[in-house]
Ligand binder design. Sequence first.
Ligand code: F6P
Length: 360
Amino acid sequence: MKRIGILTGGGDAPGLNAVIRAAVKTAIYEYDSEVLGIRNGYDGFIEANGIVPLTIESVRGLLPRGGTILGAANRGNPYARKIIRDGKEVMIDVSDEIIKGIKRLEMDALLVLGGDGTLHIAHELYKKGAPIIGVPKTIDNDIGGTELTFGFDTAVNTATEAIDKLHTTAEAHHRVMVLELMGRDAGFIALHAGVAGGADVILIPEIPFKFESILTQVRQRVRDGYLFSIIVVSEGAKPYGGEQVFSRGGDEIYVPRLGGIGQRVGEFIEKNGFESRVTVLGHLQRGGSPTPFDRWLATRFGAAAVRLAAEGKFDRMVALRAGKIVDVLLGEVIAITKRVDVNDDAVLAARGMSVSFGDE
Ligand code: F6P
């Protein structure tokens, strides 16, 4: 193995830089290999100055840094790239350019750090001959084949801290505080942070809710002497028989943007006689320094991905299973829709402690 490439696709997540650092150090120290960074996801193969050498010097001090030194692009799909031709916007397929780029740069492997969209593209590029190795990245924790993705723990920490802060002001003002969290169609962030922060109601996409049930919980708490409540809502949660709420529609480039369900819940609560405030935590969940756990996971993933590259085991993704780093076929990973198991012990534990999921 003489030279490998690394790219970070999709949205950023805390721990990307820690993976880059571990991969660069392992490639150089353990395999005496060169490393090239591809800027802004797959776009770097096509755009000017898109390739940068990565050295030990370039990864110094990266472990605690959020974001990604390589830049991310969540519109960077090489199979649907928007260009202007004859004054009109058209979509073109530039996947062959990527394959040519990998060959021209003589990369023996390409490490792709990404979520489901990026890994899907990676698998397609493998079929065209790219020596791909995937690393699962997302705060949403919704990638199949691995128990955890890096970035998730940091997002849960940030969300839990927000719940703790909302608790004190909710209690002081006797208010109902609604916190909308990210996660797309998976409720992992809301469930984990909701349980860790002691929320009274947790609404997740996997369990459709009834507005009336939320109210029942708030009223019960008042009867029990608790004049405030904390409601955690995953952005993808939807009412029973209803639809998810979007703040912006999708197009050929962008997926539809979830957002607004927290506001709906807050308005309903307020209309029914309880003073309520809504907080949307948003991209704070993606920012900042990764937690020690995410640094630890990212480092192990980065090193393991380089070892896979050295073994020539392509079209595979590094994964965490029962505490060990393993590898799984990308084809299997993208076929799985990973969601919260509604019979999971965390859900049962919360229910047992009278947390409402809005379904009873
Ligand atoms: O997939 C990560 C994520 O942060 C989701 O939780 C959220 O719905 C989405 O990305 C937001 O994307 P953007 O950064 O494009 O607004």
